[in-house]
Design a protein around this ligand. Sequence first.
Ligand SMILES: Nc1ncnc2c1ncn2[C@@H]1O[C@H](COP(=O)(O)OP(=O)(O)O)[C@@H](O)[C@H]1O
Ligand SMILES: [Mg+2]
Length: 276
Amino acid sequence: MVSYDEMYAHVERHVDALKTNKTGDERETYAEVFDRQTLMVLYDYMTRGHIDMIHYPVSTGKEGNVFYATDEDGEGVAVKIFRTSTSTFKRVSKYIEGDPRFKGLTGNRRKLIYAWTNKEFRNLDRYCEAGIPVPEPIAFRKNVLLMEYIGDETGPAPQLKDVAMDDPTAMYDDVVSFIIDGYRDAHLVHGDLSEYNILVWDGEPIMIDCGQAMTADHFNAKEFLMRDIGNINRFFRNRGADIIDPETILAETLKPADDDDVEESEEDYEEEEEDE
Ligand SMILES: Nc1ncnc2c1ncn2[C@@H]1O[C@H](COP(=O)(O)OP(=O)(O)O)[C@@H](O)[C@H]1O
Ligand SMILES: [Mg+2]
């Protein structure tokens, strides 16, 4: 067994953000993100080769931070660390209230955040299985999610809002297909789809931030589905794309499936969830 000090020293050498020369503000942010438990999770990933170096933060959000890291083979990895603070807990709570998969966890801050991390991993996995472009999930443990890094060593892929499009209609059609196929094939509604949660790499859109995505049978699913469609139509209308009216997208999304395969995969997923 390594001691805590040895563990800390190891992690420190492999996380640029923990090295010295940080300003007071930066140090404070990092102290909150890299708490003792999180450092232990990172150490574990390091001993398993999933992470070699954590290079720099890509984003510092309210619920968590995303870092660009490399694994033992030098491949890029996105490390998403959810904060276990009370404010994250409050924000996340409202999404999972009434979700049977989180029953019994709503009173335990850490466990709830861990379940949330797990949920994002599963949602990504489920989208991947359905062939919808999202970062491939690699691993989750406690409040730390590892996934494919979209971008290269010079920086992450830009968000859709910052991309100049040659053919906005073609991009729009792709994004609409994420909504329709996401529902029909992955049985998920993203729930926070916007120009912020779509990255563009090699001219292709990739959907991210899938933590709040809910299963199609969730009592709020239709409402969130309409909201996603509204957000996407608003953004692309401003960019001059040919917009499909929301009712047509909705009808296509909700059209009954013409085979039984779908129902089978849904059952598998539910069963998996109950094991938690
Ligand atoms: N897999 C990834 N590869 C590259 N950049 C990412 C990846 N995931 C997230 N990011 C970057 O981090 C930002 C925040 O991630 P996101 O999952 O949207 O979390 P949140 O919005 O909840 O903070 C994104 O807008 C994007 O710029
Ligand atoms: Mg986001």
